[in-house]
Design a binder for this molecule. Sequence first.
Ligand code: NAD
Ligand code: GLY
Length: 361
Amino acid sequence: MDHVQVELGDRSYPIYIGGDILGRVGELLKKNGITGRVMVFTNPTVGSMYLEDVLEGFHGEGYGVSSRVVPDGEEYKTLEYANTLYDSLMDNRIDRSSTIVALGGGVLGDLAGFVAATFKRGIPFVQVPTTLLAQVDASVGGKVAVDHPRGKNMIGSFYQPRCVIISLSVLDTLPEREMRAGLAEVIKYGVIKDASLFEYIETHLDSLLNLEANGLHTVVKRSCEIKASIVTKDERDEGQRALLNFGHTIGHAIETATNYSRYRHGEAVALGMICATDIGVRLNVTSVKTSERLSNLIERAHLPTRIRNVSADAVIEFLRHDKKVRDGKVRFVLPREIGQVMITDTVPDDVIRKTLKERSL
Ligand code: NAD
Ligand code: GLY
């Protein structure tokens, strides 16, 4: 088992990465000084495959453990649903010395983390992410949230987990589309910070999609290291954490314009990365060679490179309402080259519009 540390003073925590470590969740909680009762939140998809392994691992570790299965889907990541989870916590005598374990993808992790952050003004929680996207992004860094009818992740907090436990073997059952969507975030880390990670994905793409263990371990660990180093420097997203938004400016607008139903988050991020790179080329920030290298990899990963049936006007309208807008200016992350990006809020509207039109089918 490997480990990456997120350094945040007295809120520092380890990310454990191993082949099949679901059965060690109880042991790892103990190692991190966690005592008291435990509530495991999961969903029916993940729970039917993995809850038993996790619960068995608690035997003999001295914990009183309860579990609650939350329906699968973003539509349950709401305040209304969180309210029913508070009921479960009270029914199961969960108090401030107890811990919530989130076993699932990013939806479950965001919801369970939000409930942990707010129940009795905050109780410990542990992330056990089961999608590639949650392993390399959502479970690390402490952003927890629920959605509001007027916006995704509108109600939330920064609330760090006590530890993150990544068992790579769970990816065996992840639908291929989810795997590819998660890979978009790994590609993002390569572009923003690490040309050698990008090159690694280029040369090992097939084996990664075939879930070859060493390759997965390499890219998940490196992605977590990059995210940890950024979060360490800017926990509350006031500066360089914005680098993580490469591909997310237009990506989020496309997700919103399509009502979150057409694209998986990683697919929209892939489109957003392509558009940001097109914008970079138009503004002479990005070379055509860099742009082609990125679009080749995204195409090879069978991620979308063309926006289907969404008008440029609709995307631009949603861009203006994004959380990333500051003082009315839309912020973009543009690649200078693979491994290095810049942040700008001076992209002219006509450049955004032309880019979206050219990328639309
Ligand atoms: P998800 O949680 O909806 O999971 C996708 C699907 O895969 C679900 O049906 C889930 O039940 C299933 N699944 C999960 N693990 C599985 C496994 N091992 N085998 C088989 N099926 C499995 O989607 P996601 O992409 O993991 O997360 C998206 C969410 O993450 C969004 O709500 C987004 O806002 C959030 N997010 C949060 C952050 C953050 O920093 N907090 C970052 C990125 C995304
Ligand atoms: N997923 C973006 C962030 O954690 O800041």
